[in-house]
Design a protein around this ligand. Structure first.
Ligand code: AMP
Length: 214
């Protein structure tokens, strides 16, 4: 199955992408995770992306399309994939068509959530530095503060979750990414999912939207 998760920062793309990946047995490809790892490792990709990611601006379409093409060319993506955080511009959506060739997208899930909810979620978001598991200190806290339940790794807050950068990311989303909602509506693959409630309710709605029983 081929799925795109669309939605503003904090709408739950990472959380639900990981769960869906386990359920469907296909990899999640998160361009944000790939870029953060490259930055941490100090690779050439990381060096060219660092300033953009830190300031909440979009990395160039050319860079992102290159890394998606490489990742989707790997064997584990042959049966399907979940794209989290990509495409983010109409040019990237067009580029994705070229990368997919004869393959098509089964579903584009638009996670709909009000701005005040995402701002609150991002303030409390903590991510495992080792396995990438996502926690929320008010709605889904780890059992031991600062420690991942799954692997024991240290939890940290993302630098770009600071309120000033979050505002910038939301602006960029509204301007560059929101037009993809009507783009994929025209393609007939878009499903809107109310993502404002508790994670379990949102995940059940996602399963319904892809035709899997909750
Ligand atoms: P995310 O983890 O999806 O919130 O992405 C974090 C940051 O990585 C974004 O604010 C951008 O700077 C960069 N980024 C991630 N995905 C893309 C993309 N598809 N196009 C451009 N920049 C991206």
């Amino acid at each position: 199955m081929t799925i795109v998760l669309l939605g503003p920062p904090g709408s739950g793309k990472g959380t639900h992408g990981k769960k869906l990946s386990e359920c469907l047995g296909v990899p999640t490809v998160s361009t944000g995770d790939i870029l953060r790892q490259a930055i941490q490792e100090g690779t050439a990709l990381g060096k060219s992306a660092e300033e953009y990611v830190k300031s909440g601006r979009l990395v160039t379409d050319e860079i992102v399309l290159g890394l998606v093409e490489t990742r989707l060319g790997r064997k584990d993506a042959a049966r399907g994939f979940i794209l989290d955080g990509f495409p983010r511009t109409v040019a990237q959506a067009e580029g994705l068509k070229g990368i997919l060739g004869d393959r098509t997208l089964d579903r584009v899930l638009n996670l709909v959530v009000p701005t005040e909810v995402v701002v609150n979620r991002l303030k409390d978001r903590w991510t495992c530095t080792q396995c990438g598991a996502i926690y929320n200190t008010s709605t889904a806290p780890p059992r031991v503060a600062g420690k991942c339940d799954k692997c024991g790794g240290a939890l940290q807050q993302r630098a770009d979750d600071q309120p000033e950068t979050v505002r910038k990311r939301l602006e960029v989303y509204a301007r560059e990414t929101a037009p993809l909602v009507s783009y994929y509506e025209r393609e007939g693959v878009l499903r809107n999912v109310d993502a404002s409630g508790p994670a379990a309710d949102v995940y059940a709605a996602i399963q319904r939207a892809i035709g899997k029983a909750a």
